[in-house]
Design a protein around this ligand. Structure first.
Ligand SMILES: *[C@@H]1O[C@H](CO)[C@@H](O)[C@H](O)[C@H]1NC(C)=O
Ligand SMILES: *[C@@H]1O[C@H](CO)[C@@H](O)[C@H](O)[C@H]1NC(C)=O
Ligand SMILES: *[C@@H]1O[C@H](CO)[C@@H](O)[C@H](O)[C@H]1NC(C)=O
Ligand SMILES: *[C@@H]1O[C@H](CO)[C@@H](O)[C@H](O)[C@H]1NC(C)=O
Ligand SMILES: *[C@@H]1O[C@H](CO)[C@@H](O)[C@H](O)[C@H]1NC(C)=O
Length: 411
């Protein structure tokens, strides 16, 4: 075929790209009922954004957002910290059941003057939403006439699959495939297998293309709180933290085992007592005593936040060996750059992270909050080196959207 002029090249190019976009796949989980469950959205910043701005895009709690990425939240002026374009974050999102499928429907976006549905979908929300989905969710008849200042519902893809994977606790990350990704690469990055990713996403072959949205199971620590607890179903991905009980309690997962471990959070908030009744132990404390039968361990653990109060439970058990000091997942300072060498191993093991893991769960400064085990040497969990693709890619999609508009005008 001879391409005769630049204009037809433009159309051929955009139509073939359009075909690619139209074929982007997304994993859908059918559901019934009205329950919701915890999930994570994989989000790549389209531009430099303050912590508060990223959180506002998803109506997320800034502290919870950073905790889910094992980023230190004790730094001063946290909300105004600038996070770099291209940074990859896990955004905690409540996954609802809506119209028979799992999706996150609580995100609202306020339209700015230059926005188009395509720019909101592919740029602001980094491909997590599509222009069509936003148009449908808001019953927009004329996408060309978006009113600046109006508020749009932005439906986002999420899955829970009963918060298990192969009968083990897991939290699912909705991941937008980037140029250069392979299933094998993703499997090794997220400590899972090609087979597992293929099964979860009902894939016949391990072939993916940029823009597809995969559900990636992350090993996690599950909670067993009573159904009355407002944080019922809390689940924390390995290597990360969650903040719960009105910022009073922090829970972490890993690295040594997948038992949820909760301690007082020491954020500057007033909290009810976190001491176990009939004991001088606080949340997270344990005592152990070697006996002839084994090690007798008494621990004070967190049982959920019910009716505005922190439930504590004191348990004594006999274990083969006395436990050592608790090890916490390493945390990093708020990233200022996207590290290029961290792409294939965004989640360094504690040993690789080079930091000594301190085991003191509390900040020494009263009224502030810190994650233990600071390790400033490495990039964020899940950071990506694909930053350079982000902008060109979204421009290609703008390009497709505008040519599509032209096609419809011409026909
Ligand atoms: C969901 O997970 C729970 C354990 O977390 C398990 O007891 C239950 O059988 C699972 N349900 C289904 C439908 O898989
Ligand atoms: C939880 O709710 C059940 C009823 O749904 C109630 O019987 C029980 O007392 C509640 N437990 C707590 C701790 O509030
Ligand atoms: C949890 O993460 C740590 C380090 O990040 C790793 O060593 C461990 O194998 C992980 N556990 C699971 C079950 O993936
Ligand atoms: C109990 O935990 C608190 C904070 O969580 C800590 O400061 C204290 O040292 C712990 N005490 C024991 C005996 O482990
Ligand atoms: C919750 O607390 C309030 C006041 O403390 C009490 O009146 C109410 O009965 C409690 N509800 C439950 C279900 O425990």
């Amino acid at each position: 075929m001879v391409v005769e002029n630049p204009l037809s090249l433009f159309f051929l190019l955009s139509l073939s790209l359009l075909a690619g976009v139209a074929m982007a796949k997304s994993t859908i989980e059918p559901c019934a009922g009205t329950d919701s469950c915890p999930s994570l959205l994989g989000y790549t910043l389209y531009t430099d954004l303050k912590v508060s701005e990223v959180a506002a895009l998803f109506q997320a709690d800034p502290v919870a957002l950073l905790a889910a990425n094992a980023i230190d939240v004790s730094v001063p002026d946290l909300e105004n910290r600038i996070l770099p374009a291209g940074l990859f974050l896990r955004v905690p999102a409540l996954c609802s059941c809506s119209g028979g499928i799992r999706r996150s429907i609580s995100t609202r976006y306020t339209v700015r003057p230059a926005d188009t549905l395509a720019s909101i979908a592919t740029s602001v929300y980094a491909g997590l939403a599509s222009a069509d989905q936003i148009q449908e969710a808001n019953s927009i008849s004329d996408p060309a006439a978006l009113d600046a200042g109006s508020t749009l519902v932005v439906p986002l893809p999420c899955t829970c699959f009963n918060s298990t994977d192969n009968f083990l606790p897991a939290v699912y990350l909705s991941y937008v495939v980037q140029p250069g990704d392979s299933v094998l690469g993703l499997a090794s990055r997220y400590a899972t297998t090609v087979t597992d990713i293929m099964n979860v996403n009902s894939m016949g072959s391990p072939s993916i293309r940029a823009g597809d949205i995969l559900a990636i199971p992350l090993p996690a620590c599950a909670s067993m709180f009573s159904q009355n607890a407002s944080d019922y179903g809390l689940i924390v991905a390995n290597g990360t933290y969650a903040i719960t009980a009105s910022h009073c309690v922090q829970c972490s997962c890993g690295p040594g085992n997948l038992n949820l471990y909760c301690t007082p959070a020491s954020l500057a908030v007033s909290c009810s007592s976190m001491q176990c009744t009939n004991s001088n132990l606080m949340l997270g404390n344990f005592t152990s005593q070697q006996t002839s039968a084994g090690c007798s361990v008494t621990s004070c653990s967190y049982g959920g936040f019910a009716n505005g109060s922190i439930i504590t439970t004191l348990t004594t058990s006999l274990q083969p060996q006395c436990p050592g000091k608790h090890q916490f997942p390493p945390v990093i300072p708020p990233p200022t750059t996207v590290l290029h060498d961290s792409f294939l191993s965004p989640s360094p093991s504690p040993a690789e992270a080079g930091g000594t893991i301190t085991t003191n769960p509390k900040s020494s400064v009263p009224g502030t909050f810190t994650f233990p085990g600071m390790s400033p040497a490495y990039g964020p969990v899940g950071s990506t080196s694909e930053a350079s693709f982000v902008h060109p890619f979204s421009h290609i999609l703008y390009f497709v959207a505008s040519s599509l508009f032209l096609v419809s005008l011409l026909s």
